[in-house]
Design a protein around this ligand. Structure first.
Ligand SMILES: C[S@@+](CC[C@H](N)C(=O)[O-])C[C@H]1O[C@@H](n2cnc3c(N)ncnc32)[C@H](O)[C@@H]1O
Length: 241
């Protein structure tokens, strides 16, 4: 073997990999969650100020509070109406529910026989999200809230709650779990051609790497990506297990 190879590996390749890893880990990321105190203050405000049973009023009250608190403003993810329509959504999975804003928004756009599976890992946030969804007027048969890590929840929903298909998935949790989430959805055969996945809150570097990976995959087509939101469609070439 060429004697310069080990020198090259130790002297250049290893430090270079370490530098890339360091930059990747330490890239500026937007803060993607709120503390419990803020969450509870938001909850109280919505309970007191919104018209119960009216999802539009509850969503409006969330936004009203967000004007006073910029941290909450950054958290509220408003899945666009088009995504719900484009995938003719009936079954929607919200991974990273937090205060419940996006889950309520989706429920308000779905037909009466639609269902939302909302996943939130933090106990108190999950409890509060469930209350907000019920306060909006939705019934227990229209949604299911699961308190688990989003990736584990995909498996639980499939094995214990007979979830066999999802039309729209919103990923709005820690973005380094997105790839594993997509892998689980694909391996369990939960996506079908035309299913849409919205991936929120990707840093620019994570987003770029992700798009690169998806473009190489036969399963997915990147529909568009702007301001850290990536819209992906599951493709017809997909192989199911
Ligand atoms: C931006 S918020 C979601 C906002 C929500 N979709 C909405 O519109 O109201 C980010 C989510 O990531 C979740 N999260 C926090 N730490 C996490 C972790 N280590 N792993 C996975 N998810 C986490 C939070 O509980 C929260 O649900």
């Amino acid at each position: 073997m060429d004697s310069t190879f080990p020198v090259l590996t130790a002297g250049i390749v290893v430090p270079l990999c370490a530098w890339v890893f360091y930059r990747y880990r330490n890239q500026p990321r937007s803060k993607w969650t709120i503390d419990e105190k803020t969450q509870q203050a938001l909850r109280r405000y919505v309970l007191m100020e919104s018209t119960h049973g009216k999802p539009d009023s509850v969503l409006h009250t969330f936004r009203e509070y967000a004007i006073k608190n910029s941290m909450i403003k950054r958290m509220l993810f408003t899945p666009d109406q088009d995504a719900v329509k484009q995938s003719s959504s009936l079954i929607v999975l919200v991974l990273g529910t937090q205060c419940g804003y996006s889950a309520i928004r989706v429920l308000s756009l779905l037909p009466p026989d639609g269902k939302v599976y909302a996943v939130e890992e933090e106990d108190s946030m999950a409890e509060s999200a469930e209350e907000m969804i019920l306060v909006s007027g939705f019934k227990n048969n229209q949604f299911k809230l699961l308190c688990q890590h989003p990736v584990n929840a995909i498996h639980t929903l499939h094995s214990k709650f007979d979830l066999v298909k999802v039309d729209l998935v919103l990923m709005d949790f820690q973005s380094d779990g997105y790839l594993e989430g997509l892998k689980s959805l694909t391996e369990l055969g939960l996506l079908s051609p035309g299913s849409l996945i919205l991936l929120n809150n990707m840093g620019p570097l994570v987003g770029k790497d992700f798009v690169g990976l998806l473009e190489k995959s036969v399963h997915y087509r990147v529909v568009n990506g702007c301001q850290s939101l990536l819209k992906v469609e599951y493709g017809s070439q997909a192989k199911k297990n």
